[in-house]
Ligand binder design. Structure first.
Ligand SMILES: [Zn+2]
Length: 626
């Protein structure tokens, strides 16, 4: 491997995220959720993977158990995703029992891998039925539906995470053996092909980041460049974003998760490789999504049909699809866009999606999940494969729960970034971080009660006095813009009076790329205090969004609110809210794990993420203006 190591592009200008291994999360809001994920969701999902034979499939493929393959052809991926999430969690807190459990699983996965590196239990378990339109008769013969490469992308992501968290080489070795086989088949001199469901591209770039070896990055780029090449392949069409070469695409189409995984991978490749046209294409597609295809919650993918994006401004509330996986994919994509461009607007999107359309996907208890995240509900209609209009304990296609498992503990890696002598504070999340800015190690302690209150305190401790720029994100919602487009706007468009001080002295900071920029010589013990006022804001949608015509939504800080039947006399869909009705924030420690509720105009509203915890009932984000 060392001989063939290829260098990365040295002149890359993108920002470096401060990795999850260097950031700890403390404080109420996220620390509680990360702990629930670690102590409840991870073991719960592992248990489900065992009960549903997802783990047993590896034992059968290893020749250690009898029986045929059980479940879908992409069930292997759920095991890999749980390992990835568990690995992130191990970094948060040592857990010898969990670490030993992962060691056992990894040994089993290694045993299930064929001698040449092939790993796909639905083909290799002896006696399994191979369907022509699913697995395909031979290896790699039906990439459109087989998910052979999709599963491996999740293996590679898990391997990179496990190696980063534990330093153990086992899963990474399995992943590299697999990737070498994939390269022999599809790399330079091999077949030009594209998987039906994107994911391996992201995983391959993570292998490059984990090993420093550029060959995996080139392979990711080759898979992306194969898409839409009608001169080379028979195309799958827009459902798989395989209707035109990626550099010629300008609109978000097809299956939303596939799409956003692809855009994320294009951003990865654009950051590290010479990939002409990649960045321009995802910039155009981003404009299309943010300007025309984004729910206020950050959800993407309007249609149940093919789990796909709708047309421009097609954003129905009750039949919204807005899959939990798509919200996570939107977060991943926007994080990468931020690293490429250094602009806060991408983190505004990340934050909006994180606190709303993603967080709604998991119950506070950590053991039930939404696949679909509508913005209105009659409390009866079932969402996708859920049981009625409520979160489900698991799904036959269980992509969303296992994405929650890995997304939640990824959060520490989204908080900070650095570039040269600039330190970016992207999210307001309490905790500690160890960063290196302009060659100097700096300890950062962030204290905040976000998202309930907008006060943020940062204490910096550089190893030695040193000059650098501290860039604090000025959230779009605090600057009078809910989203960086005209898709949504505040009814009361005034900006908030943001206050900023250093060591108690008020300072004025220039806004650069959406960040408050403070450049000075920093000394250990310096304290920066930022106050972002959180007035209750009313939101209107672009006139072309028919579903929201004559309706208003309500936000406070980064949170989108909804009305739920439980607080409003048993109904919500017919509620009206007068423009001049004053809505008053009320901290309610007793409600839904502790929330700030809003009351006024005869309506009570709660954060959208917290809905559906009190039995079935109506819910609405967009209320009639009346
Ligand atoms: Zn999903």
């Amino acid at each position: 491997m060392t001989e063939r190591k290829q260098p990365l592009r040295p002149e890359s200008t993108s920002l470096d995220p401060v990795p999850f291994t260097a950031v700890s999360v403390q404080g109420d809001f996220w620390a509680t959720r990360l702990e629930t994920n670690r102590s409840v969701t991870v073991p719960y999902a592992l248990g489900r993977c065992q009960e549903t034979d997802r783990v047993e499939n590896f034992a059968r493929a290893a020749g250690r158990a009898d029986g045929v393959h059980v479940g879908t052809q992409f069930n292997d991926s759920d095991v890999f995703k749980v390992i990835e999430g568990a690995a992130y969690s191990l970094q948060t807190r040592q857990d010898p029992e969990l670490e030993a459990e992962l060691d056992r699983l990894i040994e089993l996965i290694g045993a299930a891998q064929e001698d040449d590196g092939y790993l796909y239990t639905s083909r290799t378990i002896p006696g399994s039925t191979l369907r022509a339109d699913v697995e395909g008769p031979e290896r790699w013969s039906h990439l459109y539906m087989s998910h052979e490469l999709y599963n491996l992308g999740h293996l590679y992501e898990a391997a990179a995470a496990h190696h980063a968290a534990t330093g153990k080489p086992g899963l990474l070795a399995i992943a590299l053996k697999s990737a070498a086989l994939v390269e022999r088949e599809f790399g330079p001199g091999g077949r030009l092909a594209a998987p039906g469901h994107q994911e391996i591209e992201i995983g391959l770039v993570k292998l490059t980041r984990a090993t420093g070896d550029g060959r995996w990055l080139r392979l990711a780029q080759r898979f992306l460049e194969a898409r839409g090449r009608a001169d080379e392949r028979e195309l799958y069409g827009p459902y798989s974003q395989d209707h035109a070469p990626v550099v010629e695409q300008s609109e978000a189409v097809g299956h939303a998760v596939r799409a956003a995984y692809m855009y994320s991978a294009m951003a990865d490749v654009a950051a590290l490789a010479d990939a002409p046209g990649f960045l321009d294409a995802i910039d155009r597609i981003w404009d299309d999504v943010v300007g025309r295809k984004l729910y206020l919650t950050g959800g993407i993918g309007a249609r149940h049909e093919q789990e796909s994006f709708g047309d421009a401004y097609e954003l129905p509330n009750d039949t919204a699809y807005a899959e939990t996986c798509a919200a996570f994919a939107n977060i991943m994509w926007n994080h990468r866009m931020f690293l490429l461009h250094g602009q806060a607007r991408y983190l505004d999107l990340l934050e909006r999606t994180l606190y709303n359309g993603f967080l709604s996907g998991v119950a506070m208890g950590g053991e039930s999940f939404f696949y679909v995240n509508p913005l209105a509900s009659d409390g009866r209609t079932a969402f996708n494969v859920g049981e009625g209009a409520s979160r489900s304990p698991w799904f036959q296609v269980s992509c969303c729960p296992t994405n929650v498992v890995r997304a939640m503990p990824s959060l520490p890696g989204w908080v900070y970034a650095v570039r040269d002598d600039r330190l970016y504070v992207g999210l307001y999340v309490g905790g500690e971080a160890q960063v290196v800015v302009g060659g100097t190690a700096v300890a950062v302690t962030q204290t905040t009660d976000y998202p309930w209150h907008g006060e943020v305190r940062l204490e910096l401790a550089p190893q030695a006095p040193t000059e650098f720029s501290l860039r604090l994100r000025l959230p779009g919602w605090a600057a009078g813009r809910p989203v960086p487009s005209d898709l949504y706007r505040y009814l009361d468009s005034g900006e908030s009076r943001v206050r900023l001080s250093v060591n108690g002295e008020p300072v004025r900071a220039e806004v650069v790329d959406g960040f408050l920029d403070i450049r000075r010589e920093w000394r250990a013990g310096d304290v920066v205090e930022l106050t972002l006022p959180m007035p209750v804001r009313r939101v209107l949608a672009h006139d072309a969004v028919q579903a929201d015509a004559g309706r208003v939504a309500v936000e406070r800080g980064p949170l989108v609110y909804c009305a739920e039947a439980a607080d409003n006399g048993g109904h919500a869909l017919d509620l009206a809210l007068a423009d001049d009705a004053e809505l008053t924030p009320q901290h309610r420690a007793d409600l839904l794990g502790g929330v700030v509720a809003l009351r006024g105009g005869g309506v009570t509203m709660i954060p959208y993420y917290a809905w559906s915890h009190r039995g079935p009932g109506e819910m609405a984000v967009w209320l009639r203006r009346g």
